[in-house]
Design a protein around this ligand. Structure first.
Ligand code: 13P
Ligand code: SF4
Length: 341
C-alpha cells in the first residue's frame, strides 16, 4: 500500500553539532577525571556511557555499554542521579525507567539523526494505513514515538522481539530500514514493513568500504552493526558465498565486544561508529582492530566532554524528564522488551 509520508528530507530534520577539539593535556584530563569521580560520590550519582563516547569520558563511567545494557543499568541503579553520557533518546529511556531519579544529559544537543527520521504524524499516518499491524520501535526513537508503539527493541534483541510477535501479524518496524532488513532475513518474516529511516553515520559505512578492507586483510573477521548502509549487500554476499559466513557477523555494539572476547581470531574489521575502538583496544591489547570506515564519527555522541560532565555534576543540569503521560505509555513498549531479554 502506498502511503504519503512528510516530504522533509531526512537530512534536513537535524543539525549536526560541531565536534569540539579538547586541548587538555593528559595531566589536565586526569585532574578533571579525578574531580568527576569525587563529585559523583558527593552527588550519589552513577555515570552511564555509550560505547561511542569519547575515550576520556568512557574512562570515568561506572558502566559502558550498548543501548540495551544502558537501559538495564538505568533500571536497576539505586543512585539518585544518572549522568547519561550518550544521546537524548537514551536519557529519555532512563528517565522513563527511573521517574524518581534525576537524569542528566551533559549536552542537550546530543540528538540522533535516526531518531529524527520519524515524526509522530508520520507514525500515525502509517499506523492508520496498517491498523492491524504491531509497531516495533527501535530504541533510537523519541519518547513520544515509543508511546505510540507496541514494542521497543535494540539491535541486540530485535530478533527476539520479532519472534515474540505472532507469525500472522504484520509488523511496522521503525525507523531503521537497514536493521529491519537484517531482522527480516534472520527471522525469515515476510511481513515486516520497514520505515525508510537511517542513521547518517552507519549509512556511510558502504559496500565499497567493506570490499577495500577485505582486499587489504582477506582473513579478517568482519563485524557489522545492523544499522550500516552495507548490510543488505553484505548479507546477499554471505548467502551467495562471496563473503565467508563463518567470519561475517551482524552485531550490536555490545555483541561485538562479546564476540571479540570469545573469538580466537586476532584481527577484526569493525563496522560501526569508531568510538567503540577505545574499549576494544583497551580490553584486547593482543588483537588488532580496523574501522571499516574511519570517518564514521557521530557528532551527537561527541558533544559530551569531561568539562560538560563536570558541569552537570556541579549544577545538576541539564536534566531530561519525560512528561508523565508520555512516559507511562512509552514504558509499556520498553517493559515488553525488557521482559523478553
Ligand atoms: P547499540 O549500542 O545498541 O548497538 O546501538 C548503536 C547506536 O547507534 C546507538 O545510537
Ligand atoms: Fe544516532 Fe547514528 Fe549517532 Fe547512533 S551513531 S546516536 S544512531 S546518529
Amino acid at each position: 500500500m502506498a502511503i504519503t509520508l512528510a516530504t522533509i528530507p531526512f537530512e534536513e530534520r537535524y543539525t549536526l553539532p560541531p565536534i569540539e577539539a579538547v586541548p587538555d593535556t593528559p595531566e589536565e584530563m586526569r585532574e578533571k577525571q579525578d574531580r568527576i569521580r569525587w563529585l559523583k560520590v558527593e552527588r550519589k550519582a552513577v555515570i552511564l556511557a555509550h560505547n561511542y563516547q569519547r575515550d576520556e569520558v568512557q574512562e570515568v563511567a561506572d558502566f559502558v555499554g550498548d543501548s540495551l545494557g544502558l537501559s538495564q543499568e538505568a533500571a536497576k541503579t539505586d543512585a539518585e542521579v544518572i549522568v547519561f553520557c550518550g544521546v537524548h533518546f537514551m536519557a529519555e529511556t532512563a528517565s522513563i525507567l527511573c521517574p524518581d531519579k534525576k537524569v542528566l544529559l551533559p549536552d542537550l544537543r546530543a540528538g540522533c539523526s535516526l531518531a529524527a527520521s520519524i515524526t509522530l504524524d508520520e507514525l500515525r499516518t502509517w499506523k492508520a494505513a496498517y491498523p492491524e499491524a504491531v509497531v516495533v520501535a527501535y530504541i533510537n526513537t523519541t519518547a513520544e514515538i515509543k508511546a505510540e508503539s507496541d514494542y521497543c527493541c535494540t539491535s541486540a534483541n530485535a530478533k527476539k522481539v520479532i519472534a515474540a510477535i505472532p507469525e500472522e501479524k504484520d509488523i511496522l518496524f521503525i525507523p531503521d530500514k537497514f536493521l529491519a532488513y537484517v531482522v527480516a532475513q534472520q527471522t525469515k518474516r515476510k511481513n515486516i514493513i520497514a520505515y525508510p529511516g537511517s542513521c547518517h553515520v552507519h549509512k556511510s559505512i558502504k559496500p565499497e568500504d567493506v570490499a577495500t578492507i577485505l582486499e587489504e586483510h582477506p582473513d579478517i573477521e568482519l563485524l557489522l552493526h545492523p544499522e550500516c548502509g552495507c548490510v543488505s549487500s553484505c548479507m546477499a554476499k554471505v548467502f551467495d558465498g562471496t563473503l565467508p559466513q563463518e567470519r561475517t557477523y551482524f552485531l550490536s555494539t555490545e555483541g561485538m565486544v562479546r564476540h571479540i572476547r570469545e573469538s580466537s581470531a586476532k584481527e577484526f574489521a569493525v563496522g560501526t561508529e569508531v568510538g567503540i575502538l577505545h574499549r576494544l583496544k583497551k580490553g584486547h591489547p593482543d588483537k588488532v582492530f580496523y574501522p571499516v570506515n574511519p570517518q564514521a564519527v557521530c557528532a551527537f555522541m561527541k558533544t559530551i566532554t569531561l568539562d560538560k560532565v563536570l558541569r552537570s555534576l556541579e549544577f545538576l543540569k541539564p536534566e531530561v524528564r519525560v512528561p508523565e503521560e508520555i512516559a507511562r505509555k512509552a514504558r509499556r513498549a520498553i517493559d515488553r522488551m525488557l521482559e523478553l531479554v
